[in-house]
Design a protein around this ligand. Structure first.
Ligand SMILES: NC(=O)c1ccc[n+]([C@@H]2O[C@H](COP(=O)([O-])OP(=O)(O)OC[C@H]3O[C@@H](n4cnc5c(N)ncnc54)[C@H](OP(=O)(O)O)[C@@H]3O)[C@@H](O)[C@H]2O)c1
Length: 221
């Protein structure tokens, strides 16, 4: 699959490498063409630097891996206001968290819902914002693979995003529609607060009795 990656930084490179390893072709673009070329080179020969304006035509799915402050500018370079991304799956990986206070920057709603407004018609899925890019690809035992909570309103887009998470070695968990995105984004701030307090966030959520888990899975079916 041609995975358009909007962003040229650490997350763009780590995700791009992991997806390339899974057989995908990353198309990397950003506001700075030389940096896009540098990111594509760091990913490897499967990756190509492209102009932002080419993403809408060449990518099968678009992954937004830009600093939250730059998302509106970066998306405008793709041509979203003209509806260029209508119908496309758009995976929003941004963390709109103030790293000093660990508070979410959007006062209400979520970054993902704002992205959906910036890209009319695109099927936005919130995903992959919580784990460090260096977590991917995950190659350990299946039962220990990271569970990646994702949300969105379009079932086809959720399926595509879930498949991309699986290609990284993660286990996708669809937790709701796009209005759930604020909760997922808050989770990043929560993790940062736990880390700042000197604890491993891995132990900051309850372990669930396998019998309860099986019951929940049966109810969900
Ligand atoms: N790194 C991770 O492990 C990780 C994990 C999960 C989620 N995230 C989230 O993913 C996003 C990217 O993180 P990163 O670590 O890759 O950051 P990064 O290495 O600092 O890269 C930031 C990217 O955003 C672009 N950017 C910054 N300000 C911009 C602006 N005003 N207009 C247009 N583009 C702008 C940069 O372009 P220039 O190079 O041209 O400045 C660069 O492509 C962030 O929202 C972050 O919270 C990161």
């Amino acid at each position: 699959m041609n995975i358009g990656i909007l962003g040229t930084g650490d997350l763009a490179v780590t995700l791009g490498r992991a997806w390339a390893r899974a057989g995908h072709s990353p198309l990397v673009a950003g506001r700075n063409r030389p940096r896009a070329k540098g990111a594509a080179d760091r990913i490897g020969p499967e990756a190509e630097a492209v102009d932002t304006a080419d993403l809408a035509v060449r990518a099968d799915v678009l992954v937004v891996a830009v600093a939250w402050e730059g998302v509106e500018t970066a998306l405008s370079l793709v041509g979203t206001s003209a509806g260029a991304l209508a119908g496309m799956t758009l995976v929003d990986c941004t963390n709109p968290v103030d790293y000093t206070t660990c508070e979410l920057k959007p006062a209400t709603g979520s970054a993902a819902e704002l992205v959906a407004r910036m890209a009319p018609g695109a099927h936005v899925v919130k995903a992959l914002h919580l784990f460090a890019g260096a977590s991917w690809p995950y190659v350990g035992p299946r039962e220990s693979a990271p569970v990646v909570a994702i949300c969105g309103d379009d079932s086809g887009a959720l399926d595509r995003a879930a498949a991309l998470v699986q290609d990284l070695g993660g286990r996708p968990a669809v937790v709701g529609g796009l209005t759930s995105a604020r909760q997922l984004e808050e989770a990043a701030g929560f993790v940062m607060r736990v880390v700042a307090s000197g604890h491993n966030p891995r132990f900051a959520v309850p372990d669930v009795d396998p019998a309860l888990l099986r019951a929940a899975q049966t109810t969900a079916k």
